[in-house]
Design a protein around this ligand. Structure first.
Ligand code: GDP
Length: 296
């Protein structure tokens, strides 16, 4: 299957940025993801947040931003290992009262290796023991130098608890995204990345995907690694049934014949036959790989 480079496509148009939040355990990744969603998604949505699906999109100043909402940085590592590079900007969360910890160092390394732009969220600024300057110094020692110290990384003070700084963080993300000139072609054949998947009672195999290029639609014949099927339903991050998913947006996809692993790529194909053939080939390939492993 050909890999159309979305940003070289003359029909590509602006798409929202996709964000991954990483940081040391207990520094507030989950709280920050919840705070952002709470601050934005509920506006105008009666009933508010319905469910966690592994990713969500919020609007800031009329522009969309999609967050990968899975715990820890396992999703980011898994995806990169599979060559699924879906993150546009990395947010490193560091608690202003706790500073740089072993996992902070790990995510600094991961983020740098990825070559993605980094924004630091200095969290827990509501705490009396918060010491942002100390933390900036520690980060600078590891090559993450604050802009206000003459470096090139934005440090945004936030509190996931009070909601302070959330707007600043989102505005910083949009400014960074603007420079990246992220694009995709909504009219191309859909290509999407799986961020979470499971077997659900009643629904069967489901996969939360973020669309990278094209538009994923109900009725599309799709292949996703060794899984294939026809898109029967698409459910957005508010639990609503939708008909299609645009680039950088997310939905739970129903209709695959088996559960694909996170990090797998889902692609729309021309026909059921093509999707099935591709999935079978992939299955065979994986079986051979297993066989050659076990005979070693
Ligand atoms: P994670 O492990 O990085 O996902 O961290 P959590 O989001 O689970 O947060 C760890 C703990 O820190 C929880 O008890 C949170 O309530 C608390 N916490 C997170 N953000 C803040 C904050 O901005 N201020 C304060 N005071 N506590 C926070």
């Amino acid at each position: 299957v050909e890999e159309a480079k979305a940003d070289e496509d003359p029909n590509a148009v602006e798409r929202p940025p996709v964000i991954t939040i990483m940081g040391h355990v207990d520094h507030g990744k989950t709280s920050l993801l919840d705070a952002i969603r709470n601050a934005k998604v509920t506006e105008g949505e009666a009933g508010g947040i319905t469910q966690h699906i592994g990713a969500y999109t919020v609007s800031q100043d009329g522009k969309d931003i999609t967050f990968i909402d899975t715990p820890g940085h396992a999703a980011f590592s898994n995806m990169r290992q599979r060559g699924t590079d879906i993150t546009d900007i990395v947010i490193i969360v560091v608690a202003a009262d706790d500073g740089v910890k072993p996992q902070t160092l790990e995510v600094i390394k991961l983020a740098k290796e990825s070559g993605k732009p980094i924004i630091v969220a200095l969290n827990k600024m509501d705490k009396e023991t918060a010491n942002p300057d100390l933390v900036k110094g520690q980060m600078a020692e590891h090559g993450i130098s604050p802009v206000d110290w003459g470096g090139d990384i934005e440090f945004v003070p936030v509190s996931a608890k009070t909601g302070m700084g959330i707007d600043d963080l989102l505005e910083n993300i949009l400014l960074t995204a603007e420079v990246l000139e992220l694009k995709a072609n909504p009219n191309a054949k859909a290509k999407a990345a799986v961020v979470e998947s499971s077997l659900e009672k009643g629904r069967g195999p489901v996969a939360t995907v973020i669309v990278q290029n094209g538009t994923l639609k109900i009725g599309d014949h799709v292949v996703c690694g060794a899984a294939y099927g026809r898109v029967k339903a698409l459910i957005n991050d508010m639990g609503k049934n939708i008909k299609s998913v645009a680039p950088s947006h997310t939905a739970v996809t129903v209709g695959l014949n088996e559960v694909p692993p996170a990090g797998e790529i889902l692609m729309a194909m021309d026909s059921d036959k093509e999707a099935k053939e591709y999935a079978l080939k992939r299955k065979e390939y994986e079986r051979n790989k297993e066989l050659s492993k076990s005979t070693k």
